[in-house]
Design a protein around this ligand. Structure first.
Ligand SMILES: Nc1ncnc2c1ncn2[C@@H]1O[C@H](COP(=O)(O)OP(=O)(O)OP(=O)(O)O)[C@@H](O)[C@H]1O
Ligand SMILES: [Mg+2]
Length: 294
């Protein structure tokens, strides 16, 4: 049964014209663990709230609940500092405990449908953080995606999430199970004549070194993008700050808040620019003609 989490402490008003539009569902997905899904989900949530939009959050990593813990840390920080930081609306979804597979899947489907139904009514955007692994709930969430963001660790090791690439010629040999799953989600959505899935792959933890490897990774990704049908986003660099922000529940966009105790450096300015570039590349119709203001 879905249990309530905590809800927004700071109400933001969206322009009236936008409110009549159904909320955009953004899924952050990659079956591989540790690619940066929860980090991206949290930063995007705060970025959209700072642009005055109402955001709902669904954490489908029902084991680790990293995003939920990140937001709980944020709430604790708000309470102890007295700052008015924006918070999203969160609805908790649990894995079914039913032993029968059909019953478990039916229960999980109903929970997710109800959750999305409610958040679509009250929010402009719904962010779903998928787990690092293949679960029924995760597959179901991908079918609901209007935008799918796949962060990918910036190395050849993580490529097989998308497809087999010949490391010498950089040719695509075959798409992966994950890519095929997205293909099926796209077909299903098209049959139901719902919005198509805009799939954006972003590199994460990019290192300033290894220029040659970086270039090869980029080339191979472009080949995959053409073959599999996704767009590339410029991505985020490797920065210690991402790990430091989690315990306080803060993001790069909150560093100038009073009492954050983390000094704002040039590296953080560059990191914010990377985030801004990510939001621009997403080409969210909700922000057409609007300056990305954070
Ligand atoms: N750009 C980055 N620079 C440095 N550290 C990063 C970056 N992105 C993510 N991390 C760190 O990498 C670790 C894994 O990130 P995160 O939890 O966001 O990945 P995930 O894909 O959600 O993992 P899981 O599959 O377990 O859910 C975290 O400690 C996070 O702080
Ligand atoms: Mg995660």
């Amino acid at each position: 049964m879905p249990a309530e989490g905590f809800s927004a402490i700071e109400e933001t008003e969206s322009p009236a014209a936008e409110r009549s539009r159904p909320a955009r569902v953004i899924v952050i997905g990659n079956e591989k663990g540790g690619a940066g899904k929860s980090t991206v989900a949290m930063h995007l949530t705060v970025a959209l709230m700072r642009m005055g939009r109402r955001v709902g959050v669904v954490d489908l990593d029902v084991r680790q609940r990293t995003l939920t813990r990140y937001l709980e840390n944020r709430l604790r920080w708000i309470q102890s500092s007295g700052s008015r930081l924006p918070m999203p609306e969160i609805i908790r979804v649990d894995a079914s405990e039913a032993r029968d597979l059909d019953a478990a899947e039916a229960e999980e489907s109903e929970q997710l449908e109800n959750t999305l139904g409610r958040l679509r009514q009250s929010c402009d955007f719904v962010i779903i953080d998928a787990p690092g692994g293949d679960t029924f709930l995760s597959r179901l969430a991908h079918v609901h995606a209007d935008t799918l963001i796949t962060p990918l660790n910036d190395s050849f090791v993580d490529f097989d999430l998308l497809g087999d690439v010949n490391p010498q010629t950089l040719e695509v040999i075959r798409p992966s199970f994950y890519s095929e799953m997205i293909w099926n989600c796209r077909k299903k959505k098209a049959q139901e004549s719902r919005r198509p899935i805009d799939w954006v792959v972003m590199r994460n933890r990019m290192s300033p070194l290894e220029a040659r490897n970086k270039q090869k990774v980029g080339e191979a990704l472009n080949n995959l993008a053409r073959r599999i049908g996704f767009r590339m986003a410029p991505g985020l660099s490797e920065r210690v700050i991402y790990r430091e922000l989690f315990p306080a529940g803060l993001t790069l966009l909150d560093l100038t808040e009073k009492g954050s105790n983390i000094s704002f450096t040039m590296s953080h300015v560059a990191a914010r620019q990377e985030l801004r570039d990510l939001v621009i590349v997403l080409q969210l119709p909700e922000f057409e003609g609007v300056e990305i203001g954070f």
